[in-house]
Design a protein around this ligand. Structure first.
Ligand code: FAD
Length: 335
């Protein structure tokens, strides 16, 4: 049976594994946690989605995920929007949005498990190489061979793996340069915990213009199982303009700024005083554009495939999943 090695256990990698299914033996290596930017953490009985706030998928993708995840839950409150003056209004279209009581990363873990892939997390791929028509993947746990290699990593990591690859084809440099040319936006996430409930008619508030400091605020308690009753968690995401002009900010200062903006926007001075917070900087949060199509066909000539939101140029969960599924189908057809 052919061996496929997937580097990166985000939703794009999970899409690849799903589309391949049992047509090949699939090994996945993940540098950190399964889920990638669909990240969740647990603290004091709260489950907080710190990267992607929700999954938004089309009907086909939802059927696939529902088969793999028993606990997919729709977030049954709408998203509202705010303008430069801080005025709130109801948002225009409201497609269904999802997470799970265990956190949004559970969706990715379940997709891999359902596909029968073998996933090793906290195991970065340090080097890749190609010789005699076979890929070699080096991790601190050893060397693994595969007939097909999938880089389901962000463009930044893809570039690094290609630059250091033991692979003589000219295409390697071309591909590394292409990945290097993808711009990314940086985003900061601050989760604020309050020992009291916050009741509002919306789940999230989205900025109408990207120039504002806060791009997004979510009430994590709208997701079933995420926040105990009588408490609240607000997830405040600062957009690229703020993150780049505050690149040396301390986590406690970011939390203070997040609480000030939350109190302003939700018009409630009680929100100045949170009792704990979590902070995370996402250096490669959202790709600014994609690389173009020809690359996928050319990479396939070397039994190499790429998947991820950056391949589509759209920094959304559904785009990353679609990229992974399309890549997985292409590989299946070649096996
Ligand atoms: C703050 C934030 C908020 C967002 N909000 C939303 C939202 O609400 N809705 C939405 O649809 N989208 C949202 N997005 C975008 C969405 O999260 C991404 O588009 C999507 O998760 C990307 O998936 P991916 O599989 O392409 O990449 P990733 O999830 O980044 O997965 C790639 C994986 O590769 C791993 N990796 C890298 N290098 C190596 C290596 N050398 N060895 C092994 N593994 C490696 C990484 O650790 C990572 O886990 C948000 C993103 C951010 C950062």
């Amino acid at each position: 049976m052919d061996r496929v090695c997937i580097v990166g256990a985000g939703i794009a990698g999970a899409g690849v594994a799903q589309a391949i299914g049992d047509a090949a033996s699939v090994d996945v290596f993940e540098a950190a946690n399964v889920g990638g930017r669909m990240a969740s953490l647990e603290r004091a009985g709260c489950r907080i989605d710190t990267g992607a706030s929700y999954l938004e998928v089309d009907d086909d993708q939802r059927s696939l995920i529902e088969r793999a995840t028993t606990d997919l839950r729709e977030i049954d409150a709408p998203i509202w929007q705010f303008d430069a003056a801080g005025d709130l209004s109801e948002g225009p279209n409201q497609p269904p949005r999802y997470s799970t009581p265990d956190g949004i990363d559970r969706i990715v873990a379940d997709l891999f498990a359902d596909a029968g892939a073998t996933v090793t997390d906290h195991c970065p791929v340090e080097r890749i190489g190609r010789s005699a028509g076979c890929w070699r993947v080096e991790t601190r746990e050893g060397t693994h061979d595969a007939e097909q290699l999938v880089l389901a990593t962000p463009a930044t990591a893809t570039r690094s793996l290609l630059r250091s690859a033991d692979w003589t084809a000219d295409f390697r440099t071309y591909l590394a340069d292409l990945a290097d040319s993808i711009p990314y936006r940086t985003m900061d996430t601050v989760a604020l915990h309050y020992p009291f409930a916050i009741d509002r008619p919306y789940f999230g508030l989205v900025s109408l213009e990207s120039v504002y400091d806060v791009a997004w605020i979510a009430r994590e308690g709208c997701k079933r199982g995420h926040v105990p009753s009588g408490e609240a968690v607000l997830v405040v995401q600062f957009g690229p303009a703020w993150a780049t002009t505050h690149h040396t900010i301390r986590p406690d200062e970011a939390a203070r700024a997040a609480a000030d903006r939350a109190a302003d926007l939700l018009d409630d001075e009680e929100l100045f005083e949170f009792d704990w917070f979590e902070y995370q900087r996402w250096g490669s949060a959202i790709p600014g554009r994609g690389p173009g199509d020809s690359l996928l066909d050319r990479a396939a000539e070397f039994d190499l495939a790429l998947a991820g939101d950056w391949v589509t140029g759209i920094g959304r969960t559904r785009a990353a999943l679609e990229s992974g599924l399309a890549t997985g189908r292409r590989i299946s057809n070649r096996l």
